[in-house]
Design a protein around this ligand. Structure first.
Ligand code: SF4
Length: 273
């Protein structure tokens, strides 16, 4: 018979099963030896890769339109965060209006800004090309200086721009031009592991003879722009395919045929080359 009182709770006896402790989940793979760091690629292989590129592009050219060192300097400053094709659209009118350093150095900023607007960052770029042109006219007799030290003193001119101008306009090898394309190709080929353009340049200069610095820079830029693209590199068409640790597809045709295809692609994009 029910009394209406709640029955007292029973205390746990020593026979009660203890709760099992949660076990750590088994990992998919037993811990093995730590992976050894990848060995740096032998220099001979990098030289072979670059020799293949040289075979494919024996006479690489800068894609910025220019008639002299000053025009190339101005075009290179304008190409920052833009494309060569875009810069080539604005420079004909810019150089028609201001045909020499003294003229651009004395130009009104709003007018220069209007002319170069589509290249982006137009206010800073207008200031830089006007100030640099004025400095060339007043301090260098209207001639672009032929030394890296003097060039990097000019407004808007850093090492990469100076290398482009000295190498392309004067054939002076002061370094290897490393832009976003050249850096990407050098990393994919395993020539460098660096992201910093100055360190990529250092690694390239260590394996490329000085006489080849200028052309090597242009080749890496063109190869990265037209074949070893950031998205969907065309490894099947690449003359370096068999020597590249990043190659994704089988090569189509022999090395000479792939080199021919690369040249044709560049020429089609840019008939002057
Ligand atoms: S094989 Fe592919 S990843 Fe390697 S350099 Fe050629 S295009 Fe670039």
């Amino acid at each position: 018979m029910a009394t209406g009182r709640a029955a007292p709770k029973l205390a746990r006896t020593s026979n009660a099963k203890p709760k099992r402790k949660a076990q750590p989940k088994a990992t998919a793979k037993p811990p093995g030896k730590p992976k050894p760091a990848a060995k740096p690629r032998p220099k001979a292989n990098a030289r072979e890769q670059l020799a293949r590129l040289a075979q494919a592009l024996p006479e690489p050219r800068c894609e910025l339109d220019h008639a002299n060192a000053w025009q190339l300097l101005i075009a290179t400053i304008l190409s920052a965060q833009s494309t060569d094709a875009r810069v080539n659209m604005v420079t004909p009118e810019l150089f028609r209006r201001y045909p020499a350093p003294a003229a651009l150095g004395a130009a009104e900023l709003p007018e220069v800004e209007r002319l170069i607007h589509s290249t982006g960052f137009f206010r800073n770029k207008a200031k830089a090309i006007v100030a640099t042109s004025r400095a060339i006219a007043e301090r260098h007799g209207g001639e672009v200086p032929r030394s890296l030290e003097a060039l990097v003193e000019l407004q808007g001119v850093a090492r990469k721009t100076a290398n482009v101008v000295l190498g392309t306009a004067y054939r002076l090898a002061t370094g290897i031009v490393v832009d976003t394309h050249a850096g990407r190709v050098a990393r994919r080929l395993g020539i460098t592991r660096e992201d910093d353009p100055a360190k990529v340049e250092r690694d390239l200069c260590a394996i490329v003879p000085e006489a080849e610095w200028v052309d090597t820079g242009h080749r890496l830029v063109l190869h990265g722009r037209y074949v070893c693209r950031a998205q969907q590199p065309d490894c099947g068409c690449c003359p370096v395919q068999e020597l590249c640790p990043s190659a994704e597809h089988v090569a189509l045709g022999n090395v000479a045929e792939r080199g021919e295809r690369e040249r044709a692609r560049i020429a089609a994009a840019r008939p002057a080359i």
